[in-house]
Design a protein around this ligand. Structure first.
Ligand code: 5GP
Length: 182
């Protein structure tokens, strides 16, 4: 039985594991012989980052950024602020920003996280997102590595929340329509 508020499972635990393994294999190949730092964007990417890092089979450093956004619970607000930037460990290294989901792209665009990491001396920067909602994109942000393209539905689980809840679900579920403020 599904928890209250979840209408259906969109991506199962097994499918997520396969998708994460595929991304880890590709990243391990692409960055072989390079110094790589994964920068996880908190809070949503914490489970994805952990599973991805465990499956990458080359040496890797791990850091975090915290981007806060303000506004509705199920819509990107357009008001964002970086409350924790990555440390100086990015200097002279290749960086992958690890996101839970890229929707409109406003969070990454307006926070200028990639610009700040570049200023800190990163050699190059790519984006790896577990989920990608291409229908709602209104910026030029495109993940270089994507786990799953998904439809324009509000999803939770595997790190993604609604009002702070559901992050601990082991799958990606669709939130019931009644929570949407469309
Ligand atoms: P963007 O700025 O690309 O529109 O959205 C990025 C952020 O909005 C994500 O990091 C996440 O916090 C939130 N977000 C966008 N779509 C969803 C969704 O379907 N579910 C959840 N839980 N958060 C979302």
């Amino acid at each position: 039985m599904l928890p209250d508020g979840i209408s259906k499972i969109l991506i199962s635990e097994e499918e997520i594991a396969q998708g994460v393994q595929r991304l880890a294999n590709q990243i391990s190949l692409d960055y072989s012989g390079k110094e790589l730092v994964l920068v996880g964007v908190l809070k949503g990417a914490f489970i994805f980052l952990s599973d991805l890092a465990k499956r990458i089979n080359i040496p890797v450093m791990i850091d975090f950024a915290v981007i806060s956004s303000y506004g509705g619970a199920t819509k990107s607000s357009g008001c964002v602020k970086i409350s924790k930037e990555p440390d100086e460990c990015v200097s002279g290294r290749h960086v992958i920003i690890v996101e839970d989901i890229v929707d409109t792209g406003l969070t990454l665009k307006l926070s200028n996280l990639a610009g700040k990491i570049r200023q800190a001396g990163a050699v190059d920067i790519r984006i790896c997102s577990l989920l990608n909602k291409p229908d709602r994109r209104c910026t030029d942000i495109r993940p270089d590595y994507t786990g799953f393209d998904i439809p324009d539905k509000f999803v939770v689980g595997y790190g993604l929340d609604y009002n702070g809840l559901y992050r601990n679900l082991p799958y990606i579920g669709i939130l019931e329509d009644k929570f949407y403020s469309k």
